[in-house]
Design a protein around this ligand. Sequence first.
Ligand code: AMP
Ligand code: MG
Length: 436
Amino acid sequence: MKHASPQPFEKAFPQTNHPDLPPSAASLINNRVITVEEAEQLIADSLETLPSETVSIEDALGRVLRETLRADRNAPPFNRSTFDGIALSYAAIEQGRSAFPITGTAFAGSPRLSLDDSNACVEIMTGAPLPDQADCVVKVEDLDIVDGTARIREGTPLDRGHGVHPEASDCQAGQVLLEPGCQLTAKELSIAASIGKAELLVSQIPRISIFTTGDELVPIAAQPLPHQIRRSNDLALDSALASTGYVQTRRFHILDDLKETESVIASILEQSDIIILAGGISKGKRDFLPEALETAGVSKSFQWVAQRPGKPLWFGDYTINDRKSYVFALPGNPVSCFTCLHRYVLPALDQLCGLPARAPQYAKLKSEFQFKPPITLFIPVLIEYDANGQTWAEPLPFNTSGDYISVARTQGFIELPQNETQFVSGSAHRFRPWQT
Ligand code: AMP
Ligand code: MG
């Protein structure tokens, strides 16, 4: 097919047969302009967590845990020495003794020794089990060792338990260490490794398809004719997904042709958990996506959101073999497209994987701002951090939602709510960074 012929930068797109379509969902279609909050809620309500799978711990970095991890034994599993030095009975020090004959050496990795003579000591290495009867470790730096006897230097501060990391003081066997929904970074993997979890139950990786549409768009390496432009949205979307950890993506471009659009959508639905379409979703004469999505049997949830940029934002879902896929059709304008990805698609991907919502971030407006239309405004901002720990957002004046060049200077966008028109300097608003 013409649309699927791979461009140099495109990834392979395996074709399948047309899936069986579910009954028409036209009755569910709602053409109302909804609020940002309604859109967010409809998406959240529709999403079902992806199935889980078992993977080797070696392949689990960045994945979302779907099981509870408990300590398999006490940590530490024995009273361990925190210094290289000598282990002894503190009672002997209380009785005024300061010189101790050395009766053995306890190494890390060797079985526990016994301190049979309470007036003697055992040489001990960091990480070794404390001998039975010993309850104090004196550092080698605080000792003079001559002819097999260790003498404690005068004035060395000591106590019962000094230099001992007691058994079970970090956690007890059976204690919950990690809960489902946590993202496995280096520190979580270190815990999993320490309790012997060579395999972990994690969320499957979401399969993402990125489509762009438009006859005017040519590949990056092409020389555009005067009426053409190079396409950039697909690479921008893919890069933003990858930098958030969502790397299982395929992308390709569809011309403004109804049949071609229908054919590609039908072939991809079954193989994708999320389909991101960019462009062709508004009211233009060649905006074929709404019709093609309906023909494919994708159940529309909404198509218009009271926001700028990004009023044409189509969301729906499709179920085949008990597995749902979700379609986000974003406006083609680069800034609208990028903003809607961050505002709706990335949080949806997190939810799909079973991650809890990320902690909200806020920034204070650096200068007063007025905005009359009764819609939510997403405005790109330059961020500054001051010495009082405050985050300030300077709104960037930009030309249109096609002005992606100005936006490149910003760090993210703030969200100014629909029901206000006057935003005073110093007022705090939700900030969403371009990079998480
Ligand atoms: P549309 O939503 O299809 O009407 O597109 C709106 C604007 O975004 C048009 O000026 C398109 O040329 C532009 N646009 C759409 N898709 C892309 C893309 N992949 N890369 C760059 N610009 C695009
Ligand atoms: Mg278009």
